[in-house]
Write a protein that binds this ligand. Structure first.
Ligand SMILES: [Zn+2]
Length: 208
């Protein structure tokens, strides 16, 4: 257990990149033999940017790596990922990972590392979506509060109204500016919800 090498740590430093492991490649390359020990690494511009150790056991793998979030201390991780097999149409077996995220357990070919643990695209997309939705909802609520101050009809999909009688122009302009920021944020969220999902994950997912 522990990191990689003694001095230098190459673990899963948290970045925007989604790193992933693909059980199909490991099966194809003959790695899924109990007792095998793999060192897996990700390169960028010829440099190693992250690495994990993989121990193949009977019916499962153990993923061993270090993780840290934005310069916090490194944390050593070592946890199992169950393997499952299904029989292929043309004979032989096909291997799958079981997503190790709490409450998931989906049978998947690819696990992503988008945070501390490896998890399937469903888990990461859900987390991403709920985070984004919470953010957009907050913006929509703030925009609506400003609409109320301006005596405008509620709802950011409605047109902006006029300056309420008796309100100072400076107050009005400041509120308008805040309103524009919040409603733009919320509207962007709405358009995203209507069809744009994480392109990168979609691209990886289509590699069937
Ligand atoms: Zn999952």
């Amino acid at each position: 257990m522990g990191g990689f090498g003694s001095g230098r740590k190459f673990g899963a430093d948290c970045t925007d990149d989604y790193r992933f492991i693909d059980v199909r490649c490991w099966q194809r390359d003959g790695y899924l033999v109990p007792g095998r020990h793999l060192d897996w690494q990700w390169m960028r511009n010829g440099e190693k940017v992250a690495a994990i150790s993989v121990k193949v056991e009977i019916g499962r793998l153990r993923l061993i790596y270090s993780y840290r979030r934005n310069g916090d201390d490194w944390e050593s991780l070592d946890y199992p990922v169950s393997l499952r097999t299904t029989s292929c149409h043309y004979g032989g077996e096909r291997y799958w990972f079981t997503c190790p995220a709490a409450g998931c357990g989906r049978r998947v070919a690819v696990l992503f590392l988008g945070g501390k643990i490896f998890a399937c695209r469903h888990c990461y997309r859900l987390a991403y979506r709920s985070q984004r939705e919470a953010h957009d909802d907050r913006a929509a609520r703030k925009a609506d509060k400003i609409r109320a101050k301006l005596n405008w009809q509620p709802g950011i999909l409605n047109l902006p109204g006029d300056k309420p009688k008796g309100m100072h122009w400076l107050t009005y302009l400041r509120l308008m500016e805040e309103y524009r920021d919040y409603s733009n944020q919320a509207l962007l969220g709405i358009t995203a919800k209507m069809g744009i999902v994480n392109n990168r994950l979609m691209a990886l997912d289509s590699r069937k």
